[in-house]
Design a protein around this ligand. Structure first.
Ligand SMILES: *Cc1c(COP(=O)(O)O)cnc(C)c1O
Length: 383
């Protein structure tokens, strides 16, 4: 099968050097070579997070690390505030309820970012709130929630902050220490541009205090105390409690090195350019954007169907005729929007051009008059 260009919000197509780094001989998860590789990877990840906090790399998906964070820092019966403007916010709520937490949710329209003023008002009204859990980039809609004010409101009240930065870390500014994120979760396979397999989690001193004071029993693997014990007691030879996907972490090491070498700002600008070119191109084809420009993320573009265009048919035509895979809308948005990812190799000009020309071809096939290249209004400066 010919390789599809992945333009989904993750996992993403990655450079050859990162793929090659997966192909090392099996490396054990202990001993000097491993401790050095793991330690360097942690340090580079901390630079991307903007943190001096502890940071662990855990085998599994991002959801696992979110569950470890919420479950380790909070007791059943504790109250958590979860603002909500999409699918991944819903999932946070389901997870928190599954952990026996009391959830106060703040539902907002899907196209509106979470507002600091509303969060501050709810915190004022509910002094029992112990933690705020929030999605940074709502990947289901392409809305980027501005976090700084929301986190400041929580910090002013001593409320623990848990951020789902799964699709945003490494792709847009997120300063864990400066903005005050106690527990920050991401994965390797989105804007960190590595194959799926590990999640990354940073833990502040305030979060550690909550974790150490937690009374209820809490399994073992997902209890962050276990992870701390190994780092502190076995750190010099075997820093994690379980067998690690060492090839994945070797790839993450390669990817983080490339990211830090190019510089975060450069990478952010590349995503912004790819998103801008995609939005301009789709608008030139008379599609409207789902998220308003004021809160649209540069990492995923969600666009609405123009009359007479069927979302699923367009999505399938892109796979079959243009070799490009994009994503559909989730739950209620299925059939209404399509989502194009800009992370990984998808930020490159040949990906954006393949996608836009594929959409043009599809529209032409539907009998619409589209001039060749009509959508390529803003791709010239992409890499
Ligand atoms: C992808 C994504 C998730 C789920 O990540 P997994 O690694 O599949 O658990 C959660 N939240 C957001 C915002 C995401 O983009």
């Amino acid at each position: 099968m010919a390789a599809l260009k992945l333009m989904i919000p993750g996992p993403v197509d990655i450079p050859e050097e990162v793929r090659d780094a997966m192909a090392i001989r099996t490396m054990p998860h202990y001993g000097n070579d491993w401790v050095r590789l793991y330690g360097e990877t942690q340090e580079m990840a901390k630079k991307v997070f903007g943190t001096k906090n502890d940071l662990y790399i855990m085998p599994g998906p991002g959801t696992m690390a979110l569950e470890a964070a919420l479950g380790s820092a909070l007791e059943p019966g504790d109250t958590v505030l979860i603002p909500l403007n999409g699918f991944f916010g819903e999932r946070l709520i389901t997870m928190a309820e599954g952990l026996g937490l009391k959830v106060i949710s703040l539902p907002l329209p899907l196209t509106e970012p979470i507002s600091a003023a509303e969060v501050a008002a709810l915190l004022q009204e509910h002094p029992e709130v112990r933690a705020l859990a929030i999605v940074h980039h709502e990947t289901s809609t392409g809305v980027l929630n501005p976090l700084e004010g929301v986190l400041a409101a929580a910090r002013a009240r001593g409320v623990l902050t848990v951020v789902d930065a799964i699709s945003s870390m490494g792709g847009v500014p997120l300063l864990v220490d400066e903005w005050g994120v106690d527990l920050c979760v991401t994965v390797a396979n989105k804007a960190l541009e590595t194959p799926p397999g590990v999640a990354l989690l940073s833990i502040s001193a305030q979060a550690w205090a909550a974790i150490e004071n937690r009374k209820a029993p809490r399994g073992w693997y997902l209890d962050l105390k276990t992870w701390r014990w190994y780092m502190e007691n076995w750190g010099s030879w075997h820093p994690s409690p379980v067998t690690m996907p060492t090839s994945n972490i070797n790839a993450l090491h390669t990817s983080l090195m490339a990211l830090l070498e190019s510089g975060l700002e450069t990478r952010f600008a590349e995503y912004r350019a790819a998103a801008a070119a995609t939005r301009a191109g789709l608008r030139a084809l008379e599609f409207s954007m789902f998220a308003p420009d004021s809160c649209a993320s540069p990492l995923v573009t969600a666009f609405c169907m123009r009359p007479g265009v069927d979302a699923t048919a367009l999505q399938q035509a892109l796979v079959q005729d243009a070799g490009v895979m994009i994503s559909g809308g989730l739950t209620d948005l299925h059939g209404k929007i399509l989502r194009v990812g800009h992370i990984g190799l998808a930020r490159q000009r040949d990906y954006v051009v393949s996608f836009l020309l594929g959409v043009e071809d599809y529209l032409r096939g539907q009998g619409l008059a589209i001039a060749p290249g009509q959508s390529l209004v803003s791709v010239a400066h992409l890499k």
